[in-house]
Design a protein around this ligand. Structure first.
Ligand code: OAD
Length: 250
């Protein structure tokens, strides 16, 4: 039986990726959706349905009610520890290895804090918003490796300040080195791949536009339209776990 002809955007996107000397990728919560991690703007479920993320993911919320914020992240940490990377994450690992094998540059930038790209085997992951699997203290950012989960929150063993997740909260600055590396990769990319992000939150949302400005082809993988859709070179509308393996196939 003849294989169905891939839609023109998919064929063109595959060809561009196979030729690219430099590839940059930006992922958002959508790439983890099929691993069972709710996207950021999904309604908070269950115990947390009465909160808005914007009301919990801030330094002010933590200072006002550290126990609630710590517990929300402890729940999320437990959830991401119990899920697996999906075919979308694994396809990016294959794409990275194929790029390196032909001497091409490949930079993966993520807004996600779930650590699933690393769990899938991605080499270098630029984490714009931190990683909720890591914990540090609120006052001095001392990293914490172990802590007593019975305390909500535990305290830093070096300075006794409260422990918090090592993520970027609303109103906090992104790690400058990560942001600089992401901007450099977007400016140098011949192909920029934007996967599973609503393209709403700055400064990450500007990265695909910076790549376009610098002359890159931009591929968007998302089942729903975003502010990038009208500007992307190719739009692959669908779930990342279905599209990415086809895009990354040799
Ligand atoms: P959002 O929840 O804003 O958007 C998720 C995107 O994924 C949407 O565009 C969905 O259409 C898409 N999507 C859903 N299922 C998908 C699937 N199976 N495959 C591909 N795409 C799918 O999440 P982000 O764009 O990541 O920042 O949000 C960006 C930032 O907003 C987060 O990092 C967080 C939040 O403020 C901080 O916490 C600092």
């Amino acid at each position: 039986m003849a294989h169905p002809t891939p839609p023109p955007d998919l064929a063109a996107a595959r060809a561009a990726l196979s030729r690219a000397r430099s590839i940059a990728v930006l992922t958002g919560a959508g790439i983890s959706a099929e691993s069972g991690v709710p996207t950021f703007r999904d309604a908070l479920t269950g115990l947390w349905s009465r909160f808005r993320p914007e009301d919990l993911a801030t330094p002010e919320a933590f200072s006002a009610d550290p126990a609630t914020v710590w517990s929300w992240y402890a729940d999320r940490r437990a959830r991401v520890a119990s899920v697996q990377p999906n075919a979308g994450h694994h396809a990016l690992v294959a794409m990275e290895r194929a790029a390196h094998a032909r001497g091409a540059a490949f930079t993966l930038v993520t807004q996600n804090v779930d650590g699933l790209h690393q769990a899938a085997g991605s080499g270098t992951v630029i984490e714009l918003h931190g990683n909720l699997r890591r914990v540090k203290c609120f006052d001095r950012h001392h990293p914490a490796v172990t802590w007593d989960e019975r305390e909500t929150p535990p305290r830093c063993t070096q300075c006794a300040s409260l422990l918090r997740p090592d993520v970027v909260w609303f109103g906090e600055a992104l790690p400058q080195a990560a942001l600089d590396a992401a901007c450099a990769a977007a400016g140098a990319a011949q192909v920029f791949l934007s996967i599973g992000t609503s393209t709403l939150v700055e400064p990450a949302a500007s990265l695909p536009f910076a790549a376009l400005q610098a002359g890159a082809c931009v591929i968007e993988v998302n089942p729903a339209p975003t502010p990038l859709t009208a500007h992307a070179t190719w739009v692959l509308a669908g779930p990342a776990a279905a599209i990415m393996p086809v895009l990354a196939a040799p």
